[in-house]
Design a binder for this molecule. Structure first.
Ligand code: DX5
Ligand code: ZN
Length: 229
């Protein structure tokens, strides 16, 4: 089966933490992945979800898990998320000395590795590492909190990454995270993103599944405009 042209990944960060399983199930069948933000109160000031919660959630939904680790020492913890059942495990370039070595360990553990760059990190130094990854996560805010506005200037990194991916015929997805909404998703898709994290825009909506469908339609329009088909 061909991979979906766009991936919509609702972020549980904006869901009711007392009802995470219900939040996952609310987008089952409409979303492609479930984005799970792991924050450790060190790499970012916020503190959220850890491995035991991912393990418990794994039993409640068929949705692939897109785990976004905003933590220090990912070398120590990331493989644990693969073992907990994450389909994608993304760690931050700023937190890791040897991203390729960790990507290989994650792949050996049966998961797809992702590399994230935060607001103030340029993407260029990491472009040559992308053949080792399945996902490049470009933060479109400063990592740490949901509900912020997308910073349009950061889409330049998405354009750079997409050009590189096209030129190298790489299969890596380019994911945007932060402030993705019905107002901003089309521009992010036109810039070259093909995976879209959305927290507030999905779980802040009265009908999360309807919000996913609307976001997908807008993203597909942006991808079509970008690729000319
Ligand atoms: C923030 C997280 C995001 C967050 C996005 O650091 O990485 O995934 O949930 O939230 P919204 O979509 O509300 O900007
Ligand atoms: Zn995230």
């Amino acid at each position: 089966m061909d991979p979906p042209p766009v991936v919509i990944a609702p972020s549980l960060l904006a869901a009711d933490f007392a009802h995470l399983a219900a939040a996952a199930q609310a987008v089952e069948g409409t979303a492609d992945w479930l984005h799970i933000d792991v924050m450790d109160n060190h790499f970012v000031p916020n503190l959220t979800i850890g491995r035991p919660v991912v393990e418990s959630l794994r039993k409640t939904t068929e949705l692939p898990f897109d785990c976004h680790l905003m933590i220090t020492e990912p070398e120590r913890w990331a493989v644990g998320y693969a073992e907990a059942g994450a389909d994608y495990v993304t760690f931050h370039a700023e937190a890791c000395q040897d991203p390729v070595a960790l990507a290989r360990r994650l792949r050996a553990a049966g998961t797809r590795p992702g590399l994230a760059v935060d607001r103030d990190t340029p993407v260029e130094p990491y472009l040559d590492l992308l053949p080792e990854f399945d996902l490049l996560l470009v933060m479109t805010i400063k990592a740490g909190f949901g509900g912020q506005e997308l910073i349009p200037q950061l889409l330049a990194k998405v354009r750079t990454a997409r050009r590189h991916v096209r030129a190298g015929h790489l299969r890596v997805r380019v994911e945007v995270d932060g402030g993705v909404s019905e107002q901003t998703i089309e521009a992010a898709a036109e810039a070259g993103a093909d995976a879209f994290v959305a927290g507030t825009a999905v779980y802040g909506a009265a009908d999360p599944a309807g919000a996913v469908r609307r976001l997908r339609a807008l993203a597909e329009r942006g991808v079509a405009a970008a690729t000319g088909c």
